[in-house]
Design a protein around this ligand. Structure first.
Ligand code: HEM
Length: 539
């Protein structure tokens, strides 16, 4: 009896703690909710629920998983850890296809290459929608952008075709080369200036500089050099990513009016940030239209992504109507999906290199031998000619995929995965982070060893289900080539021009590698490193 009471007490505490995590934007509503949920839980016969067995309705063979609590389901099982960490811990106990209930949302988590293959290949057609939670609905223009549009819709198919043939095609990515080169040179100058201004030599905030670089590249490739309200826009995007991380009350209890009332704060925040970001995107479009009206001579100006979208809007030729709202939604996709993922990856690469001096040395020798005698880094000199650096990037993506749970999928029909019935409407997460760290696929999985990619058989194409940084199937990331190009030149420049170490003679092993909570797994702390110039900079 004592242990049941203790269990109840623990469960209640977990419920409260979960709610703290779930609702941070409406404090007064949140306290009301605490009392309400506490009472509900006490009224419900918890003991029965806690110890009840999972049963499949209508004789379904549902995947195994931890017992859900009333109201919150398994949210308490995710407490105290990042979701992808907690899900790996649970999957080790319950299996590679595991059922959770997050609030009211039935959720399946897959955590092995075999199960991922089922989701991303065998049943790709059925598991390729995104769950359009209330928050995501607001932030994705009502599911009109690429990342959230239903996979059966003509619009999504046309937008994906457009990505492949126009917006993110290899030719377009190549045309952005001068932007990347200029931005990478700017990064090198910023590091050099910051390092020179610090006396005695101290640390530069490399995280911040890399974020600025990737924002700059994405911004210029997407809309050209003129972006009104750039700072405000970037702050808005950060807020969007925070809100999209999920676990808002309204998303966890989609049918509940109570949750809607209590979660009104976060919904308001989502609407407000969406309007703010959208206003800026509209202003950018306006500036571009006016600049085009002002001159009828584009000269040899390179087309940015917005140019292409506006041309298609004007001339047609798509099997869907490209309204201004859809143009805004696509631009939003490019910024939101492109900047954070590439910055996060680059920062993790530098973190791993500093922690692994032998790898750093090999990567630097490769770049320095290739560019010997040059005063700057030109993409034409390095592209495809730095095989070890490519392995380093892959190894980093294996250990630190920026989207550790890729992006959630949703079943448009019931489906059977490795013998388990997954009902229609279930949300599906692929734990790419856990799969990349699985000892069964990767010997010494937690070790940073780029050489494991030496034989060149594992790539990003989404066909090797042990390695899924860009997801897979029809919803796979359309921007990987673009992202990789941005990452490669930034790293080549940093490694060519500087030697790197932790400040104050700290031991490389001491570098904190903790991840922050969010839709992307970025570093929790800023990466502060001491940079010593090695190759003088081309001014
Ligand atoms: C290191 C760089 C990047 C990584 C690791 C990455 C990863 C991902 C992942 C895991 C997904 C979900 C795929 C799935 O559901 O199977 C995704 C989707 C997406 N990514 Fe990326 N991404 C990167 C860079 C970019 C860039 C640079 C862009 C564009 C500028 C971009 C645009 C998109 C879009 C539009 C989607 C949604 C696709 C859809 O739902 O149809 N990504 N990305």
């Amino acid at each position: 009896m004592i242990s049941i009471r203790a269990h109840l007490r623990r469960s209640k505490n977990q419920v409260f703690a979960f709610l703290v995590m779930a609702e941070t934007t409406a404090p007064s509503a949140f306290y009301t909710l605490l009392c309400l949920v506490g009472s509900i839980i006490l009224l419900l016969k918890l003991t029965k629920a806690v110890f009840s067995k999972r049963r499949g309705a209508a004789g379904l063979n549902l995947p195994p998983g931890p017992c859900p609590l009333p109201v919150i389901g398994n949210m308490h099982s995710l407490l105290g850890a990042l979701p992808h960490h907690a899900m790996r811990r649970l999957a080790r106990r319950h299996g590679a296809v595991m059922l959770l209930r997050l609030g009211h949302v039935p959720t399946v988590v897959v955590s092995s290459p075999e199960a991922a293959r089922e989701v991303l290949k065998t049943h790709d057609a059925v598991v390729s929608d995104r769950p359009l939670y209330v928050t995501a609905n607001i932030l994705s223009y009502g599911g009109q952008n690429i990342a959230f549009a239903p996979s059966g819709s003509r619009q999504w198919k046309e937008l994906r075709r457009l990505c492949a043939t126009e917006l993110l095609s290899p030719k377009r990515v190549l045309s952005f080369r001068p932007i990347r080169e200029e931005a990478a040179a700017g990064l090198v100058r910023s590091v050099a200036a910051a390092a020179a201004s610090l006396s005695p030599p101290s640390a530069v905030n490399l995280s911040e500089m890399i974020k600025v670089l990737m924002n700059d590249v994405l911004m210029r490739c997407a809309v050209g050099d003129t972006c009104p309200m750039r700072e405000e826009f970037m702050a808005g995007l950060d807020e969007v990513l925070r809100l999209l991380a999920g676990f808002n009350l309204v998303d966890l209890f989609p049918g509940s009016r109570l949750a809607r009332t209590l979660g009104a704060g976060s919904l308001r925040a989502a609407r407000e940030v969406h309007e703010r970001v959208n206003r800026i995107v509209l202003a950018i479009i306006q500036v571009l239209r006016e600049s085009k009206q002002g001159s009828n001579d584009d000269g040899d100006r390179r087309d940015d992504i917005l140019d292409v979208l506006l041309r298609l809007q004007r001339d047609g030729g798509l099997d869907t109507v490209l309204t201004t709202q859809v143009v805004c939604a696509v631009l939003f996709d490019v910024f939101a999906a492109g900047s954070e993922t590439t910055a996060t990856t680059t920062i993790w690469v530098m973190s791993e290199l500093v922690r692994n001096p032998a790898v750093m040395q090999r990567a630097q020798s490769e770049v320095r031998q290739l560019l010997q005698g040059k005063t700057g880094v030109a993409e034409a000199d390095v592209h495809g000619r730095l095989p070890y650096l490519q392995m380093v990037i892959k190894e980093t993506l294996r250990l630190h995929p920026p989207l550790p749970l890729i992006l959630p999928r949703s079943c448009s029909e019931s489906v059977n995965i490795l013998g388990y019935d997954i009902p229609k409407g279930t949300t599906v997460f692929v734990n790419a982070w856990a799969i990349g760290r699985d000892d069964k696929s990767w010997p010494d999985a937690e070790e940073f060893r780029p050489e494991r990619f030496e034989d060149g058989t594992v790539d990003f194409s989404g066909t090797d289900f042990r390695f899924l940084p860009g997801g897979g199937g029809r919803r796979m990331c359309p921007g990987l080539t673009f992202g990789f190009a941005n990452i490669e030149i930034a790293l080549a420049s940093l490694l060519y021009h500087f030697n790197w170490k932790l400040p104050n003679g700290a031991n490389p092993c001491e570098l904190d590698m903790t991840e922050a909570y969010g839709i992307t797994a970025r570093r929790k702390t800023e990466l502060l490193l001491q940079a010593t110039p090695f190759v003088p900079i081309d001014q």
